[in-house]
Design a protein around this ligand. Sequence first.
Ligand code: ADP
Length: 747
Amino acid sequence: MAPESLRYPNRINLDNCATEPIHHIGRTQEYGVIVVCDPKDFRVVQVGKNAEKILGVKYEEVLKKNFSEFLNAKDFEKLKASVHSEEISEALEVGIREKRINISAHLSEDSLILDLEPINVVEDPFAFQRQLANILNKFQAADSVEKLSEIAVSFTKEMFGYDRVMIYRFDEQWNGEVIAEAREEELESWLGLHYPATDIPEQSRNLFLKHRVRIIANVAYQPVPIIPEISPLTGEPLDISRSALRAVSPIHIEYLENMEVGASLSAAIIVKGKLWGLIACHHRTAKYLDFYQRESCRFLAQMFSTELTLRETSETLSRSELSDNIRRQLVKQMSYHKDIVEGLCHDTVKFTDLISCGGGALYIKGHWELHGNTPSREQLQSLLFNFIKQQPGSLIMERHLSNLYPEAASYKDTASGVLSLKIAENKYFFWFRPEEVQVVNWGGNPEEKAFYNEKEQRLSPRKSFEKWSQELTGVSEPWNILDRNIARALRENVSHFLLARQREEIEALNAKLTEANQELELFSYGLSHDLRAPIRGMEGFLTILEEDHGENLDAEGKKLLNMARGLTEKMNLLIDNILEYSRLSHIHGLDFQKVNTSELIREVLELFNVKTSYPKTTLNIQNDLPEVRGDRRMLFQLWANLISNAYKYSAESDAPVVEVGITERKGKNVFFVKDNGIGIKPEYKEKIFDTFTRAVGSRFKGSGIGLAIVKKIVEKHGGEVWVESEPEMGSEFYFYLDPLNVKERDQ
Ligand code: ADP
């Protein structure tokens, strides 16, 4: 006896209904017998109790045997060859004790499961093949899914003789609807009836994906136990979910009994890997289809699925082609107007043309743009902030908005359904669909999915299948995956457009800035020029004052005169530097030539007359500094600024030393100018290269432009300049030039 937890529950109650372990049911239907072997040696380990009826051998005897003993050597070899996976093997027809038996084999965990089913003498074994071409022609001629379904039901009924054949189609919530039906006249029609998702629970739907066709040959059958119940190979209940013979869930049997169905067949319709619906056949009395008939039915369902897939694919294709064209036009409009709202809402094609809807809205940074039939701005504002923004994810697709957001009931005539998509922060698209009042006819009241059966103390399916009409309000036409994809594609387009526009704006801003900068430089150039004349005038007057009235001045007067001279000198230096800097800014054609570095430095030193001006300072220059390519005049200025700074800012040291040479940094040969002077505070290392930035007090003369000039010259030569320094520890200025890096127009 298996432990309680492992056995199929005797009682299905409200708690375990959805997880009813139908794969471990431990019983089979009567029309065949299950034989379970050890796959290693074909020793029989479990068998259905009805073995004698099917095979003519008592089950106790079967359990003592090796399955090979039932087959001739050739058939046994064939069986061995056919078993290799969990997939159901191709059917194998064998003879066992004078009976023709069909074997389908598959592996389930560590067991080999054989479904053995007698082969009946079929009156017309080729009936289906003869029909095939006919069915195919008719399928291909069908111009709608409805027509296709009608053809499928009428052929199925004609070929297999069930009392009622239906195409049952699932919606997104797995509720089913009968969309085509062929039936015996005296039966009432179920066409158009809906059934709640719970009628075919998820695990049954999953089994359909594996099996494709399932019959219940006799609803009033006696389930056949498998002996022993627990697999001796695994010590666990046997998983017979793949066996065609698997017994039926007691709940489902009761469901069929309540519907007055005596036998059933269901064939899965699978479109793009998903269960689309079922061909569902009912018979009032017991009805058995043998293996080959079931195969024919499976084939028919497959043909139907293929036709359906083709139709759905071509429908999707033509819709996406249409929407692609509309989107392309919208993109053109956006680019033409350089504006999303103008492009999407105010030109020939509107964004609402993209997805079938009653109206749409665009929310952009607090502004609403409405088109077609929509709720009011106030209502939309509240919908966006109180509902849409609270939802996870950027896309909301709802056909029954008031169900989730009751306030929406007041505008159900415009927006029972909403598809909203966030494009970016504070930018949203909306499409709305109005209410479509629908009368849904249910096969029984869907609210009474099941009730608790007091007598049997378990859950029972509902008893009444009387047509039960329900008026659905506040519900729109459903949105589908294509609608969602179209909305997402539009979002891509809009995001691209926004990005491109941002880039354009930045570029325009940059151009303006450059222009403003150039103006400023021109302005300072002009200003400096204009300042020269009054300075010269002042210098002239100061000279006259000294020559003509110098004698009349007392010591204080002479001191003030000298100070005034000093200031004019400083002003001249400033003006020179500003003029030089401005000149550099708008020089484009550089005069590139070979420049002898050592010679250039010698000239700089001569100009500054360093020996006389800085007698204390020792100078170390590396010999044979390499030639460079560059603008000689600029390079002169570059060296002049660095060398004069080195002298100036080390002059107060006890034994000032200035060094000039070449070394390696950043994997390159770089020039350096080094001193042992006052050094530079870390926070100034970058800033000193900006104009008018000085990191020293007034005891050192200067304009704060020298290093800005240096930087500009180095950049114009495709190089880099930087400083390494510690306060009071001296400074090392490094630079390299890379003329290959210079744009042609600058050379
Ligand atoms: P300035 O005319 O003031 O020397 P620069 O642009 O040449 O202007 O230099 C900017 C500032 O960088 C200087 O005011 C000084 O603070 C600092 N500086 C430049 N070179 C040196 C150096 N060799 N040692 C220390 N500080 C320096």
